[in-house]
Design a protein. Structure first.
Length: 294
């Protein structure tokens, strides 16, 4: 068999391997939290959007929740301010909030444009729209960090309406409090809350790491699959620290509130989303319900 035919047959095998996953998740909602390095590199950005668009075209109902932290920091610097963080959370005064909303809106519409260039209808919204995300003021270790919101309520009606009309919703993490004041929201928190509210089949975090390690310094300790209770044990035993701690806590919270599976993926790997969802081996870490079968 010549080389060209072998390559063609390999492509057919990939499609056949994907078939049961396409059947299993047809018409199911998947929430994709998108940020980090994959967002700052234009080529990776296009790859992620292609992945999500393909998911839509094969029958999934994707929702993108995006961040924009690096871009916000860049614009804060442009106006001569210095970005401040307390326990990993951005201190957001009124001026910074204004910048954050402007930047997130710009990022939101650029993602909408990319999706529509690929022939899929997209609508960009923020947590303000349709009362999607209601927040209260968040404190960090008792410290006032300004206009940073803690999600109190999710009203997913606008998302259901958009999905029903065959749109791909793209959500910027901004919400309103009871007094209609604007707050910035951690994008991981927003994605997790939205995934719970829409009873998503999957929640995928695109991050800047390959996935979970039992020992971050030992590449052989990579964890490709684990149950929610095992994740809790890793946290309790002190194996998980830094920025991964709140992310993993969000993952287990989502699993316990109706999300079937959560995936932590390296957004720097081209097409990581497709590789994780449509292949038998996957490329990141999947967190499962305790009664799920791996």
């Amino acid at each position: 068999m010549d080389k060209d035919m072998t390559e063609v047959l390999k492509k057919a095998e990939v499609l056949i391997e994907a078939l049961p996953y396409i059947q299993q998740f047809n018409r199911k909602i998947i929430v994709v939290k998108y940020g980090g390095s994959a967002m700052s590199n234009e080529e990776l950005q296009k790859n992620v959007i292609k992945d999500v668009t393909l998911l839509k075209l094969v029958g999934f109902k994707p929702i993108i929740v995006h961040g924009g932290g690096r871009e916000i920091s860049r614009w804060v610097g442009k106006v001569g301010k210095e970005a401040q963080f307390v326990n990993g959370l951005r201190v957001t005064d009124a001026e910074t909030m204004e910048i954050a909303e402007m930047v997130l809106s710009k990022v939101n519409k650029s993602l909408v444009t990319m999706v529509q260039e690929l022939g899929v209808k997209a609508v960009g919204i923020s947590g303000k729209d349709g009362g999607l995300l209601t927040v209260s003021k968040k404190y960090s270790g008792g410290q006032d960090i300004g206009f940073v919101g803690d999600i109190k309520e999710v009203n997913p009606k606008i998302l259901y309406d958009l999905l029903e009309k065959d749109f791909l919703p793209i959500v910027a993490p901004i919400g309103l409090d009871g007094g209609f004041r604007t707050y910035n929201i951690n994008a991981d928190d927003a994605a997790c809350a939205i995934a719970k509210a829409v009873h998503a089949e999957k929640l995928a975090f695109l991050t800047d790491i390959e996935g979970l390690y039992k020992d971050i310094n030992d590449k052989n300790s990579f964890i490709s699959r684990l149950y929610a209770s095992e994740a809790d044990s890793l946290i309790a035993d002190g194996f998980i620290g830094g920025g991964m701690l709140p992310k993993l806590a969000n993952c287990t919270s989502a699993i316990r509130n109706g999300v079937s599976r959560v995936h932590i993926l390296d957004g720097r790997i081209p097409h990581c989303l497709l590789l994780e969802i449509f292949t038998d081996h996957g490329v990141g870490t999947a967190i499962l319900k305790d009664d799920d079968s791996i």
